[in-house]
Design a protein around this ligand. Structure first.
Ligand code: BES
Ligand code: ZN
Ligand code: ZN
Length: 499
């Protein structure tokens, strides 16, 4: 997909789909005044008949002007003119426009971007959402998807904004590439996206980074030497060997600052001997979505080149049942030295994170750590399919992450790391148990477990992305079913905010 900006007006555009933003149609709202008079009256009548009020998420398809080259005129609701939800309106409109074009088999779209309120951030949001809406996963389809939008023209009234808008388009595509990569990695079935293949994907990002990213892959023996008993306990039942992945982005501009992101990389979670029921296993190829977000982030970092060093760590493994698998009741020693009684082999993510966190603090000593993990079904019960949980030991870090998520259009909500619940994860026979003694607040007790492996003075945020990482139904006009790439955009915004 190609996106350009130009000075021009929608009514003269040559594209097949013309997109006109419409603010809430109050008596004095002028949005439709951009249309020629006869068309304006028709649009007003149709809006009334179809109950189109210009609210965010609404759209109305109208025939295009006689004599113009366009096929359709699409009105998209932008809500209140000075509303603070503008970027979400922009994203929704991009999704509606691209989906409509694809449905009708049309390939060119022009958008009226002349509103003064539409600045670079709106351009970036539009392009990212348009690219997301144009995505399809076709690796296993006989026929490649050919209904895709090829060209989008953003039309402005003011020629002075063109250079800024062009920069925003470029940045949007860099981030969108990272998001699409993350989606591809998640959508790939478990038998194809094994720990080895995930490591290859990370290596490929490093190899094509022009030297700013390196990948180090540790195999089972090296992890044994490092005492990663928690992580290896998960891996021991699987035929595919574990791969511990460490990506390093080194800024070309000198800096001493370094940050770390950790992604849960369970390439398939059967539950292990605590086997999941068939229904619960169906989507478990998504259990490496945190890892996918990390790899997607590094794909973007290669071209964004922020002045920060960034480390990405993934303890990749399958979680499978077999004669070699870890048993409920077994006790393992993590790299930190803390012992863990594994009472449910399906609570495996926290075991992999425990050793990844220890590694990062030993090897990297970063300024802050953010982990992303499809960690608990309980987080989905608490926050639903669209919202990730944030748990943090550092209020300031939590605030920047929440703000970054908001700017990125990814929904997150803070959950508490309640000290009073700590006794629930203490074992009778080991230091910790990997599931709580009760059934309640499972996202919180998982977060508390992970916190046991974070030094008290290390700023750390844990993002439980079990809900939004994988869409069982389309989550918005621009995010279809399957892997969503959730987290990539927030991480990019976070690094930008603290750079
Ligand atoms: N990978 C799952 C969590 C999950 C569930 C992610 C649904 C995405 C969608 C995790 O490993 C798991 O199985 N957690 C258990 C923990 C329990 C045994 C304490 C859960 O949530 O049921
Ligand atoms: Zn599990
Ligand atoms: Zn899992």
């Amino acid at each position: 997909m190609n996106v350009t900006v130009a000075k021009g007006s929608l009514m003269k555009a040559q594209s097949e789909v013309l997109v006109l933003p419409v603010y809430s149609l109050t008596a004095d709202e002028k949005s439709l005044a951009k249309l020629p008079e006869a068309h304006q009256r028709m649009a007003q009548k149709m809006a009334k008949a179809q109950e189109f009020t210009g609210a965010i998420g609404q759209s109305l398809v109208l025939p295009a002007l006689e004599g113009s080259g366009a096929d359709v005129l699409l009105l998209v609701g932008f809500g209140e003119r000075r509303g603070k939800d503008l970027l979400n309106a922009v994203r929704e409109s991009a999704g509606v426009a691209v989906s409509l074009a694809r449905k009708l088999g049309l390939r060119t779209v022009a958008v009226d971007f002349s509103g003064k309120e539409l600045k670079e951030d709106a351009v970036e949001a539009f392009v990212q959402a348009a690219d997301a809406a144009n995505y399809s996963f076709t690796a296993f389809k006989k026929k490649m998807e050919d209904r895709k939008v090829a060209q989008i023209d953003l039309l402005t009234a003011d020629g002075k904004v063109l250079p800024k808008f062009r920069k925003a388009i470029e940045r949007a595509f860099i981030i969108a590439e990272g998001v699409s990569l993350a989606r591809d990695l998640v959508n790939m079935p478990g038998q194809d996206m094994t720990p080895e293949r995930l490591a290859e994907a990370a290596q490929k990002v490093a190899d094509s980074s022009g030297g700013v990213i390196t990948a180090t892959i540790l195999d089972r023996e090296e992890c044994e030497k490092r005492g990663m008993g928690a992580y290896l306990a998960v891996a021991q039942g699987a035929d595919h060997p574990p791969k511990f992945i460490h990506l390093t982005y080194t800024s070309p501009r000198p800096t001493k600052r370094s940050l770390a992101v950790i992604g849960k990389g369970v390439t398939f979670d059967s539950g292990g001997l605590s086997l999941k029921p068939a229904d619960g296993m169906m989507t478990m190829k998504c259990d490496m979505a945190g890892a996918a977000a990390v790899i997607g982030l590094f794909c973007a970092l290669a071209r964004l080149k922020p002045r920060l060093n960034v480390h990405g760590v993934i303890a990749a493994t399958e979680n499978m049942p077999s004669g070699k698998a870890i048993r409920p009741g077994d006790i393992v020693r993590s790299a930190s030295g803390k012992t863990i009684e594994i009472l449910n082999t399906d609570a495996e993510g926290r075991l992999t994170l425990a050793d990844a966190l220890h590694y990062v603090q030993e090897e990297v000593k970063p300024e802050a750590i953010v982990d992303l993990a499809t960690l608990t079904g309980a987080c989905m019960v608490a926050l639903g399919e669209e919202i990730a949980g944030i748990m943090t030991n550092n209020g300031a870090l939590g605030k920047v992450i929440a703000k970054s998520a908001e700017l990125a259009g990814e929904k997150m909500w803070e959950l508490p790391l309640e000290k009073r619940y700590k006794p629930l994860i203490v074992s009778d026979v080991a230091d910790l148990r990997n599931i709580a003694t009760n059934r309640y607040g499972g996202a919180l007790t998982a977060g508390l477990f992970v916190q046991e492996f974070v030094n008290a003075d290390m700023p750390w945020a844990h993002l439980d992305i079990a809900g939004p990482a994988f869409a069982e139904r389309p989550l918005s006009s621009y995010l279809g079913k399957g892997g969503t790439g959730f987290g990539v955009k927030t991480l990019v915004e976070w690094l930008k905010a603290i750079e």
